[in-house]
Design a binder for this molecule. Structure first.
Ligand SMILES: [Zn+2]
Ligand SMILES: [Zn+2]
Length: 301
């Protein structure tokens, strides 16, 4: 089950109220970060999440509002004594851009940092979870991600007992060993599907997003404009709140979360109203709002 911390919900330029895109999804102690706009490390420092617990960072595209915060965050982790490995992924050109930035600035990292270019169709394993990459449409190389918790596995204790499995046998089975011809899958109930969250980054409404996010528990979609600015959304390859809600509706997701809201909208109520008219189960968080998973969706905590 995931927790969600919305560290940056603004678009393009930061404002007094909203920082640039950065969303932390946590499972247990492990944190996955989506996008890392300028100032994200400071947002993390004043939040309840420790940046030392980040296991993977996934950047959607190389526009500055989604990327400029990454070199600084990586460097601060090193200066804070991080020794745990970290995986950072982004679209084509990401690794080269990040590497040259760190080299030019002589950024000391000091922990195992794996930089990887990934693209639509790729699957990446991180901290026991899976990240699927899907195509978005934003005028440059851009992509979104679906994060899936592994399926929850439960042991059928009656069956284990009937097969003579006891005590230390369970540990051996967990380690992949066979015990008297019995394997772990022989004593497990059918897996319960795990949680799933999709993060689009910047995109206009497109079929590749609808296909990729079908049925996810939570869809975090950009919502730069309202319908009154639809021509602007079209011109800049962004979405309106209504279009994001249509994606959520057509894909049959559980909850829609709107971020990347233009600074021209100081009041978020019209954004929520426009989306809710199409997809009622919508939330529009402010910076630092924290959501937990509850039965039937997520709730602010
Ligand atoms: Zn953006
Ligand atoms: Zn962009």
């Amino acid at each position: 089950m995931f927790d969600y911390l919305f560290l940056g919900t603004g678009a393009s330029v930061p404002s007094r109220d909203r920082a640039l895109p950065c969303v932390a999804v946590r499972r247990g102690a492990d944190i996955i970060l989506f996008d890392c706009g300028e100032g994200s490390q400071r947002q993390l420092m004043v939040s309840r999440f420790s940046f030392m617990k980040i296991r993977g960072i996934f950047v959607t595209h190389l526009h500055g509002d989604h990327f400029y915060g990454l070199p600084g965050l990586l460097q601060t982790m090193g200066m804070s004594g991080r020794t745990d490995p970290l995986l950072v992924c982004g679209p084509e050109g990401f690794s080269e851009a990040l590497r040259s930035c760190l080299e030019v600035c002589e950024g000391e990292i000091g922990y195992p940092l794996e930089m990887r270019d990934v693209g639509p169709g790729d699957r990446v394993g991180v901290a026991g979870m899976t990240v699927e990459v899907f195509a978005t449409e934003h005028g440059i190389a851009s992509q979104g991600y679906v994060l899936r918790d592994g399926p929850a596995r439960k042991i059928d204790t009656a069956k284990a007992e009937s097969l003579g499995i006891k005590g230390d046998d369970f540990r051996r089975l967990e380690n992949g060993e066979e015990v008297n011809g019995v394997r772990m899958e022989d004593i497990c109930l059918p897996p319960v599907p795990g949680s799933s969250v999709a993060y689009t980054g910047d995109t206009k409404k497109c079929q590749s997003v609808i296909d990729a996010v079908r049925g996810v528990d939570v869809l975090i979609h950009e919502s730069t404009y309202l319908t009154s600015e639809e021509s602007n959304a079209e011109a800049h390859n962004h979405s309106t709140a209504k279009q994001a809600a249509e994606v959520a509706d057509e894909a049959g997701v559980g909850t829609l979360v709107l971020i990347h809201v233009s600074n021209r909208y100081k009041d978020l109520k019209p954004v929520l109203e426009e989306a809710s008219a199409v997809f009622p189960n919508t939330v529009v968080p402010r910076d630092f709002e924290f959501y937990v998973t509850v039965k039937g969706g997520i709730r602010s905590a």
